[in-house]
Write a protein that binds this ligand. Structure first.
Ligand SMILES: *[C@@H]1O[C@H](CO)[C@@H](O)[C@H](O)[C@H]1NC(C)=O
Ligand SMILES: *[C@@H]1O[C@H](CO)[C@@H](O)[C@H](O)[C@H]1NC(C)=O
Ligand SMILES: *[C@@H]1O[C@H](CO)[C@@H](O)[C@H](O)[C@H]1NC(C)=O
Length: 335
């Protein structure tokens, strides 16, 4: 048999495995969207598959998405090992039109265009829960997904004080829900009640309110353990969401806008809180992909914040792109 035919047969067999194992596991949810197809179950079967056959060209087996949206040649899918260098390859350029970029020798990260992001998330329910930082993250994601003229009204609705927000984007069948959850207990109850329908992507983060009002890292740590335990219980079926934890930003003491904040949210305390939050991440055995906002804010620097706590869009735009690139790596597809 000629090698090409053998490869094609092997390819077809692999395609069947790759397509039908997760289909069986994802069940009826499969039709709901593309993200589900590439999520959880597929990730596991791919990881096993890649592990068994390290050099098998998997990307030829997966459907390519919207080739017309990008003028650059398609890149091969990135190995899972690239997940670890996502953050370190980020660079900020405050006061320039392109306010951040990725640089990496071996892992070719790039910011996803609005159409690529819409395509990747097409059909998904995205749940973002937390405090004002999560709200800023939601705004950056909306800025990418919404037509520019739809952003200002969405922004003013999203920023109504201490309230929830939701929007459906018909062009890409994306639903985005923001749930005002300033305390860790809010996140725990959210995860315990398993929102219906279950989200495909869940981004959560909190700590600033606890730091200001409770100011006790040990108590914060216990509260986070409860969030973690609740997230650990999100098991299939249905497929569990992709989980992201939004880390705490660097607080710039002298810039904080009240005396109480300057006193209670000092560097010693805030670094301690940040360390506790880091334990939510997979590198510490947690269920979340940790979005390292602390690192991003330190890289962007004090020029990127007006109140020492909330940072410029560049930081949250970058956090959104780190999330999208991570989703892309895990789903083994290039847009
Ligand atoms: C989303 O998916 C639907 C159905 O598959 C398709 O009609 C639509 O064009 C897609 N939208 C985007 C933005 O990819
Ligand atoms: C969040 O938790 C706090 C403290 O447990 C509670 O008082 C508040 O009502 C909760 N808020 C929401 C939106 O659930
Ligand atoms: C920081 O705040 C904590 C708790 O409010 C306090 O115990 C500590 O002394 C403060 N540290 C400094 C360096 O101000």
């Amino acid at each position: 048999m000629v090698p090409a035919a053998a490869a094609a047969q092997l390819g077809a067999l692999a395609a069947l495995l790759v397509i039908f194992i997760p289909m069986a596991m994802a069940g009826y949810h499969l039709s709901r969207n593309k993200m589900l197809f590439f999520s959880g179950a597929l990730f596991i079967s791919l990881a096993v598959f890649v592990h068994l056959t390290p050099y098998f060209p998997l990307h030829f087996l997966l459907p390519s998405t919207s080739p017309s949206t990008s003028s650059s040649p398609p890149l091969p899918p990135l190995p899972l090992s690239c997940l670890t260098s996502l953050h370190t390859s980020l660079h900020f350029h405050p006061n320039t039109p392109t306010s951040f970029s990725f640089s990496s020798a071996s892992c070719h990260f790039r910011p996803l265009s609005p159409s690529s992001a819409s395509d990747l998330l097409n059909g998904s329910l995205i749940l973002i829960a937390g405090d004002s930082q999560s709200r800023l993250f939601a705004l950056s994601l909306l800025a990418l997904l919404l037509p520019p003229s739809d952003l200002p009204p969405a922004e003013s609705a999203l920023f109504r004080r201490h309230s929830d927000y939701q929007i459906s984007i018909p062009e890409s069948s994306i639903d985005l829900h923001f749930l005002w959850s300033p305390f860790e207990s809010n996140l725990t109850s959210l995860l315990r009640t398993t929102p219906s329908p279950p989200p495909d992507v869940l981004v959560a983060g909190s700590g600033l309110w606890h730091m200001l009002h409770v100011n006790d890292p040990v108590h914060y740590s216990r509260q986070l353990s409860a969030v973690r335990a609740a997230a650990d219980l999100l098991l299939p079926p249905p497929p569990p969401p992709h989980l992201f934890w939004l880390g705490l930003p660097e607080l710039v003491g002298p810039m904080l806008n009240t005396e109480e904040k300057r006193e209670r949210m000092n560097l010693t305390v805030s670094r301690r809180y940040e360390r506790e939050g880091r334990r939510m991440g997979r590198s510490s055995g947690g269920p979340f992909f940790y979005l390292d906002v602390g690192m991003m804010t330190r890289r962007c620097g004090e020029a990127c914040t007006a109140d020492g706590m909330h940072y410029d869009r560049a930081v949250y735009d970058a956090a959104v792109q780190v999330m999208l690139n991570a989703l892309l790596i895990e789903s083994r597809q290039r847009v």
